[in-house]
Design a protein around this ligand. Structure first.
Ligand SMILES: Nc1ncnc2c1ncn2[C@@H]1O[C@H](COP(=O)(O)OP(=O)(O)OP(=O)(O)O)[C@@H](O)[C@H]1O
Length: 620
């Protein structure tokens, strides 16, 4: 799992280059962003011009007592101030809407990316990490684009122009101000380094915290059933404490930079005042120039002070960009082929040819989990797959729909390698239902017709398909729900019993009308009689469908046309149940262990169709 400690690090690019990766998202709104920056720059220039007017006022009307000119001067300063305020307002107006547009685009692209990335990616990444990147990091980038980048550029320019003007009044004053304020840049640099590391750490820790919340909310039933609430709280509190410590370190770093940001300009002001008085007494500087100098230094104070903050913002934005692009940069290994083959109407002949598979994180010394599987399913045949626990049955069933790709060999439908079909076409041929039935917080109807985007919602055909699928899955219980098939089922369908959820998941697979149906023990929570009814209905309605079903119970095996035994990474026996019982000792051993398991299950009442806790594993 990818967490704070083992996030794959993004390429180490210089900060500017790293942030430049946001450009494709900003491109559509770049004109408005530039206009926003120009408004901010004009606002700064207006602010810088006020001391110049002041200088003229002090030199002329004030010293000469010219009241009319003084009134004009004061009026001019007022107008400059109003224009500055207008420009600040314009800056906000220009950047606000485009930055939310960029945020929207990034978020939808990120979501689309998550949808496209293969299951192997989701195996490695914690959901909380993805959630915090999607929400916090993208929001931070919006703020960076709207304010951070504009203010950083404009404030640096303001400082440069302001410093030139300070030097113009007297080089000694300008130099004093610059020399005293120069350490700010070193302080800013040191701050950058510390704060950058801390910012990354805190964003990762926030992601871990989000994962913990998500896991415990998701697994609330398991936590309650095992009385692990307290333990989960202790773990959560520990993580929250680590985040708090990081935030405190961040605050300390910000505190220090602020200390220098406030102290150094104050020292600079005091020294400049001393130098200014000496210069004025020596006749090298006029009083008007000294007044204007201090007015200018005051204007420059905020840009000077803000630089440290803006640098930290820059680093936060860089970190957020890295975190977002870590996901965008992930290589998608399961994609459409360059020259796809079209199968059209499929017969449903499914074959595994010398299939090898190993998970990405498997140790090099380990042999392949699937180590040369050969298995052929004839069109319309129902094949049960049996094997000891952990033998790789579930893994094998993920290969036809390309949830994972084989590492060697091939899986074919009607002789065509599944990797030669587009994913869209492949998934119209292959339907799946899993033991852990995942449903969405939508109506029963939407859940069941999930794979039938071709059907017009509410049409007679959609209704027919829905009803037929529900009938095959023996899911008549939906009519008892408050709004029938229009009842919105709770998050992940947890308001339903385990068997009810499984039946809806099966109905969903049936409604998709695949030619190859892969069932990963989707009837485990049903009683044996209901299982037989479902299998009969499946046979009748889906006579042309080739079915590969993982069997954990002898009853499932008996309902199949043939059975395949998976052992040591290979299919070591295929045949009719009765023949295999006679011929294969290994098969007898597996079946007797299934029988023992079924008996134990019956004792516990596990095979009855009753409300069950979530099957999700949660590590409190
Ligand atoms: N996503 C994964 N990443 C790494 N290893 C995995 C992953 N999923 C399963 N495994 C490992 O692969 C092996 C086979 O798992 P699989 O679920 O395919 O077996 P199974 O025969 O279906 O088991 P069971 O009968 O208990 O459901 C197990 O050792 C498991 O730990």
């Amino acid at each position: 799992m990818t967490s704070s400690t083992e996030s794959p690090s993004a390429e180490s690019l210089p900060t500017v280059k790293a942030l430049a990766r946001l450009y494709p998202f900003a491109r559509p709104v770049v004109t408005r962003l530039v206009l926003g920056a120009v408004s901010a720059l004009v606002a700064s220039l207006l602010a810088l011009s006020i001391p110049l007017v002041l200088e003229v006022l002090v030199q002329g009307p004030i010293q000469g007592g010219d009241r009319a000119a003084l009134a004009w001067g004061a009026g001019l300063i007022l107008v400059l101030g109003l224009l500055e305020a207008l420009m600040v307002w314009l800056r906000r107006w220009f950047v606000l809407s485009p930055s939310t547009r960029v945020e929207y685009d990034m978020r939808t692209s990120f979501y689309e990316r998550l949808q496209r990335l293969p299951v192997s990616f989701h195996d490695r990444w914690q959901s909380g990490q993805l959630l915090s990147r999607m929400m916090q990091d993208i929001s931070m980038l919006r703020r960076w684009l709207a304010f951070g980048v504009v203010l950083l550029v404009v404030n640096i320019l303001t400082i440069l122009v302001g410093m030139v003007l300070l030097f113009r009044w007297h080089w000694a004053l300008g130099l004093t101000f610059l020399v005293v304020c120069a350490p700010l840049w070193y302080a800013g640099y040191r701050f950058e380094k510390t704060y950058g590391t801390l910012a990354r750490q805190s964003q990762d820790q926030a992601g871990d915290l989000a994962t913990s919340v998500e896991e415990s909310v998701h697994g609330i039933r398991v936590l309650k059933a095992f009385g692990r609430g307290r333990h989960a709280l202790v773990k959560f509190a520990r993580q929250a404490e680590s985040l708090r410590e990081t935030e405190l370190s961040k605050a300390r770093a910000v505190g220090w930079i602020w200390f220098w940001l406030v102290l150094l300009p104050d020292i600079a002001f005091a020294l400049c005042l001393g130098v200014g008085i000496v210069l004025t007494q020596a006749g090298q500087l006029q009083v008007a120039e000294l007044v204007a100098f201090f007015a200018m230094a005051t204007v420059l104070r905020w840009p000077m002070e803000s630089i440290g903050f803006l640098f930290s913002f820059l680093l936060d934005a860089r970190t957020a960009t890295d975190r977002i692009f870590e996901v965008f940069d992930e290589r998608n290994t399961i994609t459409d082929p360059a020259a796809p083959v079209t199968l059209g109407a499929s017969r449903g002949a499914l074959a595994f040819e010398d299939v090898h598979f190993r998970y990405q994180d498997a140790a090099e010394t380990e042999r392949d989990l699937l180590d040369g599987v050969d298995l052929v399913l004839e069109p319309g045949e129902t094949m049960a797959l049996v094997g000891l626990t952990g033998s790789g049955k579930t893994t094998l069933t993920t290969l036809p729909a390309r949830l994972y790709d084989v590492t060697a060999g091939r899986v074919t439908i009607d002789g065509v390698d599944v990797r030669d079909l587009t994913l869209h076409e492949l998934r119209t041929h292959v339907g799946m239902a899993f033991e852990d039935a995942t449903l969405f917080s939508q109506t029963v109807r939407e859940n069941v017709l999930l794979g039938r985007e071709d059907l017009e919602p509410g049409s007679a055909e959609a209704e027919r398909v829905l009803r037929e699928a529900l009938a095959v899955a023996q899911a008549g219980f939906v009519d008892e729900l408050p709004d029938g098939v229009d009842t919105v089922i709770g998050e992940e369908g947890l308001s339903l019993s385990g068997g009810q959820r499984q039946r809806l998941a099966l109905a969903r697979a049936v409604a998709a009308r695949p030619t190859v149906l892969v069932l990963d023990d989707p009837l485990s929570a049903l009683d044996v009689d209901t299982e037989a009814l479902v299998e009969d209905a499946l046979r009748e309605v889906m006579a042309d469908t080739t079915t590969l079903v993982i069997a954990h119970r002898p009853s499932t095996v008996m309902l199949a046309d043939r059975v395949a035994l998976l052992h040591d990474g290979r299919v070591t026996a295929v045949g009719r149940h009765s023949d295999l019982l006679r011929e294969s000792a290994q098969y007898r051993h597996v079946i007797s262990s299934l029988e023992d398991e079924a008996l134990r299950g019956a004792d516990r009442g596990a095979t009855t169709d009753r409300p069950s806790a979530s099957t999700q594993e949660v590590t409190p």
